[in-house]
Write a protein that binds this ligand. Structure first.
Ligand code: C5P
Length: 295
């Protein structure tokens, strides 16, 4: 096998509770991931020399050097396993960059899984997860072939929720032209939680999972939760204005994913999503609007 092409899917966080700050400066989370159809395409081509080369095409541009998570995944495999081969990694970007949908992390996981095959490494999942955790907190989720999963620790300890495999949501996603730095949002979280005792109790992930199983968007709507939403909205009031505008369009279940700025809604049908998307695109041409679903 010389080349391999894979879809590298995005994620949404249907639930994201920041539990506390850790000694390593990361934060413990309780989060529910959902894999969605919006995806980048990744084409891996084995090289006989040891070079790793990343090229980027598609709708967005990302740095292709050593900071690129796909590059770092290939390099980590080479170093850890003494691989003599190299690879050309072509990333065709459709997932907005730094939007809260895990595009870079997903690309990293796709490269780990793809090179495991292409380079014939035969790594088991435990080893792949171990490597993925070193690349980023969101990377392990994408190694599991699972539509929904519970994330704990930094979000990197994954429990696939296979009992939810029959569940399929339709989404509309709106991404304003803001690139959010995740560490800056967590720093705000730290500042707020240093000065204020947390009095407002956060929703319970167990109750959320119970509601998720009922598969009733109306019930679920009120229980979607993200600890970082209010923080990102304060820093970028535009996100709040978009949410309010979506509410005025009649959308009831809306949440920000990750540290934002992507906002997603759960809609009842693809038809509803497409018609809503048409209205929203007319409203503001700088917003990117996607219609997608659980995959
Ligand atoms: O793990 P990753 O490199 O994606 O995290 C990016 C940044 O987000 C971290 O440097 C940290 O500031 C913040 N983060 C965190 N707690 C997490 C995940 C991310 O504080 N659970």
């Amino acid at each position: 096998m010389k080349t391999l092409a894979v879809n590298s899917y995005a994620k949404l966080n249907l639930f994201l509770e920041v539990v506390n700050k850790r000694r390593d400066n990361y934060h413990n989370l309780r989060t529910v991931f959902e894999r969605i159809g919006l995806c980048d395409k990744i084409i891996l081509r084995a090289r006989t020399d040891k070079k790793i080369r990343v090229i980027c095409r598609g709708n967005y541009r990302i740095p292709v050097g050593k900071t690129n998570l796909a590059y770092r995944s290939a390099e980590l495999l080479q170093r850890n396993l003494g691989v003599a081969a190299g690879v050309d990694i072509k990333i065709i970007k459709h997932i907005p960059v730094a939007s809260g949908m895990g595009g870079g992390s997903s690309n990293a996981a796709s490269v780990l899984l793809g090179l495991n095959k292409l380079w014939g490494l035969k790594l088991n999942r435990k080893k792949l997860v171990d490597l993925a955790q070193r690349i980023g907190s969101d990377v392990p989720f994408f190694l599991y072939n699972s539509r929904f999963a519970l994330g704990s620790g930094r979000g990197d300890k994954i429990r696939p929720l296979n009992s939810l495999n029959a569940l399929r949501f339709r989404h509309i996603i709106i991404v304003p032209k803001i690139r959010i730095s995740t560490p800056s949002i967590y720093r705000r979280w730290d500042a707020i939680h240093k000065t204020f005792k947390l009095t407002r109790s956060v929703p319970d992930v167990k109750i959320f999972l119970h509601r998720l199983k009922q598969n009733n968007p109306v019930v679920l709507g009120g229980s979607l939760f993200n600890s970082l939403e209010e923080i990102s909205m304060r820093l970028y009031p535009r996100i709040r204005r978009i949410k309010e505008r979506l509410v005025s369009f009649g959308l009831k279940t809306i949440l920000m994913s990750g540290s934002g700025p992507a906002l997603f809604g759960i809609v009842s049908s693809r038809k509803e999503a497409i018609s809503l998307a048409k209205h929203i695109r007319r409203e503001n041409r700088s917003w990117q609007v996607f219609v997608t679903e659980t995959v």
